[in-house]
Design a protein. Sequence first.
Length: 319
Amino acid sequence: MSVIADARRTPHPHAAPRAATPLDAQQISSELAHYLYTVVGLDSGQVRDVAAGNLVVKVLDTRLKGDVAVFGMIPVDVTREFYVNDYGTQMRRFGQSLAARYGQALGIAVDLPAEGYQADYVADIARELAKAGLNVVIFNQRSVDEILSMILTLSAMVGAADKGKRLIEELENNLESIRLAAQRFPRRPRVYFEEWDEPMISAIRWVSELIGIAGGEDIFSELSRSHAASGRTIKDGSMVIDQQPDVILGSWCGKKFAPAKVAARAGFAQIPAVANGWLREIKSTLILQPGPAALTDGLDALTAIIAEWVESRSAAAAA
């Protein structure tokens, strides 16, 4: 979940470009797929970016080549600071608590989560946001379509709707090109994507959808629609064995994937992916961020692995 409170005056879409705005980005690594984003300030602001969603900073961060802005929507000079918090549910609970307190500050009857942050400082933050008359937007994108919608909303918020639309068009064209290419595959590999190992957690929705676009078949696609990681937990290794995946992809958020450890699990030797050596890693920074990275670098990594599997089968059949 992301919460954005923006105190800047939104520039007119056709306003002349202005000098790069200084922005301090504090990046916090937290638990899988839960993050909080807060943007506060006028021209000099602060961003808290939890690692599961690096989207806002990436969209706003501008790289300049001559007069051409590369992968940025407005001129923002971003300084990044990193904090690590790789265990627990703190950031999710904090985000839920802040959203509830903000509603309460506006006079809306909202219950604070049972395990939420009870401390007064959370209510103080919410009251300050409300007093300042800030517009607060909450993002919680979980699918490819929701990622694209988030980009469009964010670009409109910062007065760059046209640039946002062009970026979305480029992303959609790339998705369609890869989807069409995959339709020519004689057989789609069955794919088990593992987001975490203890407990085993399967692919979140946008990853599951990208597997399909790249030409694979997510063996736990029905679980991917769960908003909570608990709904994607694989309670027993037999669930994976029964599905007989051709390819196992690991993207253990925050630590390196260990193919040998996966292959050594009880009964996994009978899985085609293990028997044929098709265990691969995709870096979580590429695929587990619900933004442009997943739709570009993450999808490219998926496509390369699946295409390699298809080619290997074709070669074996021809031998």
